[in-house]
Design a binder for this molecule. Sequence first.
Ligand code: SDX
Length: 432
Amino acid sequence: MSTETVTITDNTSGKSVECPVRKGTLGQPVIECQGIAKELGMFTYDPAFVTTASTESAISYIDGENGILLHRGYPIDQLAENSTYLEVCYLLLNGELPTQTEMADFESKIKRLSLLHESLINFFNGFKRDAHPMSMLVGVMGGMSSFYHEELDIYNPEHREMCAMRVVAKMPTIAAKSFRYLLGRPYVYPRHDLNYVENFANMMFDLPNRESTLNATAVRALDIMLILHADHEQNASTSTVRLAGSSQANPYACVAAGIATLWGPAHGGANEAVIKMLHEIGDVKNIPSYIEKVKDKENPTRLMGFGHRVYKNFDPRATIIRKACHDLLEQLDAGDQQPMFQIAMELERIALEDEYFVDRKLYPNVDFYSGIILSALGIPTNMFTPLFAVARSVGWIAQWKEMIEEPSLKIGRPRQVYTGYAARDYTPIAQR
Ligand code: SDX
């Protein structure tokens, strides 16, 4: 632990407090500011937690200035190139890459847990056929908290392990069933002869009246997409899962809260918003006028897929996705996606030359190209964020596990700056 301190002085009272500086393995040091309340009678104020470290964590690390993302120390580009999503799940949950035996055992357990309780299927049937699939993921994952009571002691390591495995194993099944329900297609069950991502693709696309055509290129692109979205430090949805988990709530309910948070267009819903934006632009010649609209302060329009709270240089995931997107479109000969891809490439080129974006360090993030890949894979727009949720579910539950295993688990309870009325007396309605 560092012995460095910073001194915070209240210039009005002249009181000072020495605050310890805490340093991690990598990244900025942080000020432990509990003493400010105790010694100076003040809270710190940091809306949206822009400069607040809410926890220690050993799972992922982001260097926003240099476009670095590490999962348990492994660079995201090396994982995308060499690993599989299920292997990354093992890494995030256990801290180390698995041996062949460990991986085989992990994969076997996940396969055994990939079915959904048949009575949960009735849940799907209660939704309208035009529901957004994210509403179904929130509902069904929340519904999972009414099951498995025999293994819900969050202070039992084996129970925590089972909760984590169930979330990883069942999220693809839930997402695929949501997709099938909305199309009015029969459900497809997971199969033992397919690996994790093949199963996900098969549950989404297989049809009883035609040969299942799992395209290896498409399955690998889907695998990479899942890897790139698996975890990302204390983003909004992960922070939600941690805050919910800090009350010792049921882990499936915590993951449901994470799904709900991810749904927003400022977060995981951006990939769906990017495609809508590219369709709205419609043609490369419309890009300059669209950019002017985005720059107009009176106009709330934002360039979806651009900007990031942490990455102020480039999102390493966007670099990987951009290349995968280009390769996939070439290999799949997805001609219908080419115009969209061309608009995206031209939009990226223009935006990166425009001082509005350069001055604000707004670069393409992971969502900018992901929607084009998913469209090329035949995944409908409303399934983009559910796919992000499938990928991120391992990050949520790994971070939940890490928090519950903290010896000093405390319920999260931020304070506020009160700007309402001072105390005043009630007046009867006849006198108002
Ligand atoms: C994800 O946190 C994570 O790690 C998230 C994520 C993950 O893996 O979990 O990486 C996934 O959510 C990626 C982000 C997806 N969202 C989008 O692509 C939506 C579009 N982006 C923005 O809404 C925005 O950039 C955020 C929300 C991503 C970040 O916003 P910040 O950090 O709160 O920045 P800000 O709102 O304070 O903006 C700073 C300035 C403002 O202009 P000024 O007031 O200084 O003049 O930049 C402008 C903003 O208006 N700005 C944009 C913009 N993003 C910021 N202007 C136009 N288009 C944009 N996209």
